[in-house]
Ligand binder design. Structure first.
Ligand code: UDP
Ligand code: MG
Length: 247
């Protein structure tokens, strides 16, 4: 069995060596010798690329992917997913907020449940602002109300998926890729695993308000026609009012 680990990163020079260290230790404990760690540099402006190049020389199972500019987390992740060759694929953030230590339990759960997706569900979030926690809470509840598919609450992209899920995911032509929603849409057996989301190992969030808002809009507009219906209702309402005013 070959395992692929995909790490999208934007300005993560400080956290990458520690992440690699932890991942390699866990893979060693699990006796997984066939693996690849794909680190995607999403247009970083710090020394992330330099650090990735150093990590490649230390471990020949690390693969560096360098995007031509900052495209955003979901695109960086898509680039990694399109290149990986593992039988199972772990999607993880660079900042250690998604604990690599959960991998053994995720693998076990996947075996026991014969699942194709094991997704991390955050039971609590440490070190994040009240604003972030509140907006995220509202977003997931709104999404599950509006979306036509069941997208799990309080889970990011931290998940273990099988190759066949990734193969289908890569066939989807969507341009605005809301990966967690697309994986939910694909079906297969998907099981949650609860975890406490720690604070960032170092650095600050790379999700600016603008990027967060874009992700939320992509999520809702990709999985629900409610915004379209609302636009049509408003259009009819205002044309009706204008006809009356004209008269
Ligand atoms: N990230 C990325 N491109 C971006 C923004 C973020 O690849 O434009 C990566 C980032 O390096 C991290 C992951 O996406 O590995 C999640 O970002 P972050 O931890 O900053 O988000 P938060 O946990 O605060 O929601
Ligand atoms: Mg984070």
């Amino acid at each position: 069995m070959k395992l692929s680990i995909i790490v999208p990163c934007h300005n993560e020079e400080v956290v990458l060596p520690e992440l690699l260290n932890k991942c390699v230790n866990i893979l060693h404990k699990l006796s997984i010798i066939e693996y690849e760690i794909i680190i995607v540099n999403d247009g970083s402006t710090d020394n992330t690329l330099k650090v990735i190049k150093q990590l490649i020389t230390l471990n020949n199972k690390v693969i560096g992917v360098n995007l031509s500019r900052n495209f955003g987390h979901q695109y960086a992740l898509s680039a990694g997913l399109s290149l990986c060759t593992g039988d199972r694929i772990l999607i993880i953030d660079a900042d250690l907020q998604d604990p690599p230590e959960l991998l053994p339990d995720m693998m076990q759960l996947m075996d026991e449940e014969s699942a194709d997706v094991v997704y991390g569900r955050r039971v609590s979030r440490e070190g994040e602002t009240f604003f972030k926690k509140t907006t995220s809470h509202i977003f997931y509840r709104l999404l599950s109300r509006l979306a036509d598919v069941e997208i799990p609450n309080d889970s990011g992209d931290f998940r273990l998926i099988t190759k066949r899920v990734n193969d289908q995911l890569l066939k989807m032509p969507e341009k605005q890729r809301f990966i967690r929603g697309m994986i939910a849409w694909l079906g297969f057996k998907q099981v949650p695993i609860d975890y406490i989301r720690d604070k960032r190992y170092a650095g600050v969030t790379k999700y600016t308000f603008r990027k967060m808002a874009k992700l939320a809009i992509d999520g809702i507009t990709s999985f629900s026609i409610s915004p379209l219906k609302a636009a049509i209702t408003f259009a009819f309402f205002f044309s009706f009012i204008s006809i009356i005013l004209m008269a």
